[in-house]
Design a protein around this ligand. Structure first.
Ligand code: RFL
Ligand code: PHB
Length: 388
């Protein structure tokens, strides 16, 4: 098989890239190890930045998002005794949307613009340092396949093989593993809040998010090594009620049936360069952020917003300028989001040192009490414009 761009991975980065390329008359084929059903039902991120919504809308993917997604003006930040609302619209004139990654993924599949081969195995990326790269794989029946392409996009997430194709002598990686994880639940119950609540609590961080008027998504900071089975539903709801309660005006958390329960490790990781020869990395394949800043999905979208025009110019007009700049341009936003995600994480999670806890509370008071502090958080959370 021959195509212009071979894309590894049918997550949001790979599927959106295929969609944008097709709209620009560039052919692409996507290879994915999992089944279409598995990819569509993975529960992951839930918040879209303004620029992600704008990009999806301009790509013709905004109808259901605008009909069924929920614009949020801001978030709540709290600690025992105090809850504060940060209104991003007032602060910086931008907002965020609640719209699950599962829904973005469905919209991308329903657009039917991408040619995807699901359930492949043994994917190998070859010859990216030449002008004739190719990918080999085994299809669902174990038959060998090969795709020759002019460029390869590694959109295969945090565990995929693409990033390792960049030789160790060329790649630089940075990594931080945090000493805690998140226990996340999805529950069939109306959210007990109109906007997300990020809670600092001596027992550990808690987050109240949501997916719809009848589905809530909540998280608890737990020690690394925790297994979801260690926590009964009752224990989870009791702990969420403790950490999310702020002791004022009779606010209550309403529990409900838990439909999904999982533990999420917290990690920061960046690899550069994001381009090596004819290989371009995008999304979690090149960087991982802890979820506290709600940036993972948005960064994947922002990478692709730069990569699609770069590949289009390279392959349609033989103009390498944007492709040559892709790695540097994308990495600037990656580091901004890496810093913001680290900053939100370290401000809100409880460690061993009581000195750190006092610094966190002082920072939370500044971020909620000073317009300059609040605007800094708002600008990063609602997302800087693509190209910043
Ligand atoms: P994805 O979504 O991981 O998609 C990569 C795709 O590549 C496939 N793949 C391969 N395909 C072909 N050949 C191979 N050898 C392959 N190896 C892997 C995978 O099956 C997959 O379909 O990466 P992408 O597109 O870059 O999108 C990034 C986002 O998915 C990610 O940043 C966020 O969802 C992060 N994230 C979360 N963010 C939140 O804000 N809230 C969350 O609750 C949240 N939960 C999560 C998450 C990321 C997770 N991962 C990646 C471990 C939960 C998990 C488990
Ligand atoms: C989510 O809804 O899954 C979510 C929201 C905000 C975050 C992390 C996860 O910071």
């Amino acid at each position: 098989m021959r195509t212009q761009v071979a894309i590894i991975g049918a997550g949001p980065a790979g599927m959106l890239l295929a969609h944008l390329l097709r709209r620009a008359d560039v052919d692409a084929v996507v290879l994915e190890t999992r089944s279409q059903e598995y990819v569509a039902s993975r529960i992951r991120a839930g918040i879209l930045e303004q620029s992600s919504v704008d990009l999806l809308t301009s790509a013709g993917l905004g109808d259901r998002l605008r009909a069924e997604g929920f614009p949020h003006r801001g978030i709540y930040l709290q600690w025992p005794g105090e809850r504060h609302h940060l209104d991003f619209v007032d602060l910086i004139g931008r907002s965020v949307w609640v719209y699950g990654q599962t829904e973005v993924q469905k919209d991308l599949v329903n657009a039917n613009t991408a040619s995807v081969v699901y359930e492949v195995s043994d994917v190998q990326v070859r010859n990216v340092d030449s002008s004739a790269p190719y990918v080999t794989y085994l299809d669902a029946e174990g038959r060998p396949g090969r795709i020759d392409a002019s460029a390869i996009a590694g959109c295969d997430g945090s565990f995929g093989p693409s990033r390792a194709v960049v030789p160790a002598s060329v790649a630089t990686t940075w990594e931080r593993t945090y000493p805690y994880s998140w226990l996340g639940i999805l529950a069939d119950v109306a959210p007990s809040t109109d906007e997300l609540i990020y809670a600092w609590h001596p027992h550990g961080f808690a987050l109240h998010s949501m997916r719809s008027p009848s589905v809530s998504r909540l998280y608890l900071q737990v020690p690394n090594g925790t297994s979801a089975g260690d926590w009964s539903d009752q224990r989870i709801w009791d702990e969420l009620a403790t950490r999310l309660g702020h002791g004022q005006d009779g606010w209550k958390l309403t529990p409900g049936p838990v439909t999904d329960k999982s533990v999420l490790p917290m990690r920061s990781f960046v690899q550069t360069p994001m381009r090596y020869g004819r290989l371009f990395l995008a999304g979690d394949a090149a960087h991982i952020v802890p979820p506290t800043g709600a940036k993972g999905l948005n960064l994947a979208i922002a990478d692709v917003a730069l990569l699609a025009p770069a590949l289009t110019a390279l392959l349609r007009n033989n103009d390498p300028a944007l492709a040559d700049r892709y790695g540097d341009d994308a990495s600037r936003r990656v580091w901004r989001c890496t810093h913001f995600s680290w900053w939100m994480t370290t401000m809100l999670h409880i460690g061993d040192d009581p000195f750190d806890a006092q610094l966190q509370l002082s920072q939370l008071r500044w971020v909620t009490g000073s317009e300059a502090g609040a605007a800094g958080l708002a600008e990063n959370y609602a997302g800087l414009p693509i190209g910043f």
